[in-house]
Design a protein around this ligand. Structure first.
Ligand code: NAD
Length: 258
């Protein structure tokens, strides 16, 4: 029997987008605590400062980069800085995203549609395009893209969000097929309702709003960002070495009935 792998990312380098809040912050901390050097990328300077303080306070290595994931030049520059500082790129967690206001299609503006698709979906293509280029030169890597329960389940009032997240699942699977024989694994993660600032905005942060989304969760509570981070860590580590092209739900049973 071979050794059972554990999650040890010592010597690895991870790039995380949307690292200034919620799920991205929890993942950046988790990668750093597993021994990886981490680039934390976000548009929010304040968010990044807080993430850096959390990681450095625990003794981790982190580089913060202001980066708008809808801009190819920003993403390329952030990845170049990562390789300049840490020497390589082993792991990418393409996670930055925005919510859409709950609105049926006839009321949804084209601007909201375009923005949601740009931030949630086009960004994943842009990030992967630059990351894969580096990983091909290096001989491998692991990528996880953040989709959603809304990437496998249609939700009323969420056309642009669902379209973006179904798209993330699709492009992750295509990338997995294209690069499986180059030692690059690509997976998507589909979180359920997770207690982050995004969900606070979506629910209005009221007891009633929270109860409404918790009602979608068979497990009877929201997930915690750390519960997504743990799965992402596993997917990116050698423990997940045979997993590619998978859209993994981590959702308290939200989609179990479909
Ligand atoms: P969050 O709002 O707490 O964090 C999102 C982060 O992304 C923020 O720091 C924000 O500044 C950053 N960001 C937004 N636009 C950006 C851009 N153009 N460039 C770079 N950074 C940008 O949200 P979260 O809940 O942590 O969400 C993270 C991801 O998880 C998103 O893709 C979201 O769609 C997805 N998701 C969240 C939930 C949930 O219930 N919270 C469920 C399923 C999927």
């Amino acid at each position: 029997m071979t050794d059972i792998p554990r999650v040890d990312l010592g010597g690895k380098v991870a790039f995380v987008t949307g690292a200034g809040s919620g799920i991205g912050r929890a993942a950046a901390i988790a990668f750093a605590m597993a021994g990886a050097a981490v680039t934390a990328a976000d548009i929010s300077e304040k968010g990044l400062r807080e993430t850096v303080a959390e990681i450095e306070g625990r003794g981790g290595r982190v580089l913060a980069v202001i980066c708008d994931v809808t801009k190819s030049s920003d993403v390329k520059a952030a990845l170049d800085q990562t390789v300049d500082k840490f020497g390589r790129l082993d792991i990418a967690f393409n996670n930055a995203g925005i919510e859409q206001p709950a609105q049926p299609i006839a009321e949804l503006s084209e601007d909201v549609w375009d923005k949601t698709i740009a931030v949630n979906l086009k960004s994943v293509f842009i990030c992967m395009k630059h990351e894969i280029e580096i990983m091909l030169r290096q001989g491998g890597g692991s990528i996880v893209n953040t989709a959603s329960g809304a990437g496998v389940l249609a939700i009323r009032g969420q056309s642009s969000y669902c379209a973006s997240k179904f798209g993330v699942v699709a492009v992750s699977k295509v990338a997995a097929l294209e690069y499986a024989n180059k030692n690059i694994r690509v997976n998507a993660i589909c979180p359920g309702i997770i207690d982050t600032p995004m969900i606070a905005r979506y629910t209005g942060d009221t007891d009633e709003g929270r109860a409404r989304v918790i009602a979608q969760e068979p497990i009877g509570r929201m997930g915690r960002p750390e519960e997504i981070a743990g799965t992402v860590l596993w997917l990116c580590s050698d423990a997940g070495a045979f997993v590619t092209g998978h859209a993994m739900v981590v959702d308290g049973g939200q989609t179990a009935g479909i």
